[in-house]
Design a protein around this ligand. Structure first.
Ligand code: ASP
Length: 314
């Protein structure tokens, strides 16, 4: 009897002390103090804080890492300052095409969507693909039909348009990266998850799919290694399989998280594709490397870490 009580107590203590938390990003790119001087930086910092709060509240109550990353990314999709959901980039044809993916590190199940034009929350639909279909990736019209079959109300494509993205589109002469969003989380049970959502590159050709919805390229999670969400020039992140490369370096080489992430990112950058990523491991270590001038990023862990940063040091 006493042994059982002690065991239960030890279990409860371990649950209470196990680190948990999440990291979010709002994209890497020409994020500099000159471009975002106060108070222009405030809506970005506030948006990242809101995403952290949404995910952290779920983790604190004992909710899952998958629920936390979905909730955090939904907040950023609804925020017009970031290139995901409302505020998505404009394609060369003047439309919006959205991509997203989510992965559960406990089961290695994943769901993803690409080329959406009428689904309010791409990450929400990616979650439904993971939970309610035998598939991993649904695209275009088939994905839209699946969304309707799940009771999601279609929105007009202009729902995603913001004056800032429209102006950027009118000035754009070539495809450029624009502030994808993502989240990685560790829950109290030690499970990891990753989620990424984006409008993709500004001025992309219609039909172009980036790294964000491709499992192993822009998004990956495995409880045995880490959870990763990438941002940057997607074509290079696809070719370098960056998100899975971080996990593979940990699994095959025994690299620590920070080294694995830096080396995987360096590979994509040397190939010609700068960017950044956020990654978290099952012990609560995190890393936020980027090879661009800045990256919108924020961390909140049960160990007390709580920070929001946009540029090199701040
Ligand atoms: N990785 C995204 C894409 O290529 C863009 C970005 O992160 O800025 O679609």
């Amino acid at each position: 009897m006493i042994r059982l009580a002690l065991l239960l107590l030890a279990g409860a203590l371990a649950f209470a002390q196990a680190p948990f938390g999440l990291v979010v990003h709002g994209g890497a790119g020409s994020v500099t103090a000159q471009r975002y001087p106060p108070p222009a930086d405030k809506p970005y910092r506030d948006g990242l804080e809101r995403a952290l709060a949404a995910g952290y509240a779920i983790l604190e109550k004992g909710g899952s890492a998958v629920d936390a990353v979905e909730a955090a990314v939904r907040v950023l999709e609804e925020d017009p300052h970031f290139n995901a959901g409302i505020g998505a980039t404009v394609t060369r044809a003047g439309t919006h095409e959205l991509d997203a993916a989510i992965m559960d590190g406990a089961t290695l199940k994943a769901g993803a969507v690409a080329g959406l034009q009428h689904v309010k929350s791409p990450i929400g639909l990616a979650r439904l693909v993971m939970d309610r279909t035998p598939h991993v990736l649904l695209i275009g019209e088939g994905a839209e039909a699946f969304a309707r079959s799940q009771g999601l109300e279609p929105v007009p494509n202009t729902f995603f348009r913001t004056p800032a993205q429209w102006e950027a589109y009118q000035k754009a002469h070539k495809p450029v990266t624009r502030d994808t969003v993502g989240a990685v989380a560790l829950d109290r049970k030690g499970n990891l998850a990753a989620a990424t959502s984006t409008g993709g590159m500004l001025d992309k050709l219609p039909g172009r799919v980036g790294d964000a919805p491709l499992i192993g390229a822009g998004t990956y999670a495995d409880n045995r290694t880490c959870a990763v969400s990438c941002t940057g020039w997607g074509e290079f992140f696809i070719r370098a399989a960056v998100a899975h490369d971080v996990s593979a370096r940990m699994e095959y080489k025994g690299d620590a998280l920070a080294k694995a992430a830096a080396d995987a990112l360096d590979k994509a950058t040397r190939m010609g594709g700068p960017g950044g990523l956020i990654a978290l491991d099952a012990q609560g270590h995190y890393t936020l490397p980027f090879t661009t001038p800045g990256m919108f990023r924020a961390v909140r862990l049960s160990t007390g870490v709580h920070e929001v940063k946009l540029f090199g040091g701040a």
